[in-house]
Design a protein around this ligand. Structure first.
Ligand code: DG2
Length: 248
């Protein structure tokens, strides 16, 4: 029934978030802090009486773990699941595995910000023989198109939105409460679309780890009110921490 309910959840803090490394499509696990954040996310869902009917995740373990933990805590571990590489984090190209603070020191604040937050400038592409390349990762056999070697936010929008339209909106239209568990930049792409944020303004929007963001949508999948984080104070602090990453 209307308005439709959509819950966005960035995975909890990962081992590589903790180590301050560019991650992208590298399949790292949650840190202990991330497990605690996912647990808290489940408690927040319960406290808010939100009951997801269907789960969407990327094919990356940190998002899958987060959703599993949160839904288990919320007593909804049994709901159907759909996973897609189209919800994956932005592919970070040759930056994958690099230290964010070192990259900032080496290339300067301007280049660092362009690589992290520009709309249409991708980082340099990763070589197929780089240890952090996904060129030979079996989970991407049969994806429609080539495994990316780098992506900017615009590329993420271009591969994510078709899936939003073909699959996720269908479940919303059927009246289901949809939980999407994904990543900093794949969720920035979706929020940009939902809130109609300009290419310039999206640069300053950061998504905190592990805090559910709830949208109420009309029949055209447009917000009927501003989206709300279930813990606004923690979300503001978390977003500020993401923005400051690299700057020690
Ligand atoms: C982070 C985002 O992605 O990093 O790829 O390093 O959400 O999967 O931890 P996530 C990464 P920034 O773009 O915020 O530097």
């Amino acid at each position: 029934s209307l308005p439709y309910t959509l819950i966005l959840l960035r995975h909890g803090n990962s081992d590589w978030n903790q180590k301050n490394l560019f991650t992208g499509w590298v399949d790292v696990r949650l840190s202990d802090q991330g497990v605690a954040e996912a647990t808290r996310a489940g408690e927040l869902l319960t406290e808010s009486q939100l009951t997801p009917d269907v789960l969407y995740t990327s094919v990356l373990t940190r998002a899958i773990q987060t959703a599993n933990i949160a839904l288990d805590v919320a007593d909804r571990a049994w709901i159907p699941v759909k996973r897609s590489w189209r919800l994956n984090e932005r592919h970070y190209g040759a930056l994958q595995g690099k230290d964010k603070a070192q990259t900032l020191a080496e290339y300067g604040a301007e280049q660092f910000q362009v690589w992290r937050r520009s709309f249409d400038v991708p980082p340099p592409p990763i070589d197929d023989d780089n240890e952090y390349s996904q060129a030979n990762d079996p989970r991407y056999v049969g994806i429609d198109g080539e495994v990316p070697k780098t992506e900017c936010l615009k590329d993420v929008i271009d591969r994510m939105l078709p899936y939003w339209e073909s699959d996720i909106t269908g479940d919303l239209a059927a009246g289901k409460t949809v939980l999407v568990t994904a990543h900093g930049n794949s969720l920035r792409a979706l929020v940009k679309h939902l809130d109609d944020i300009s290419d310039d303004d999206i640069a300053s929007l950061n998504i905190p780890t592990g805090i559910p963001l709830v949208y109420k949508l009309d029949e055209n999948f447009r917000p009927t009110q501003p989206a709300e984080y279930l813990d606004p104070e923690a979300a503001a602090a978390g977003a500020a921490a993401v923005a400051a990453q690299g700057k020690k």
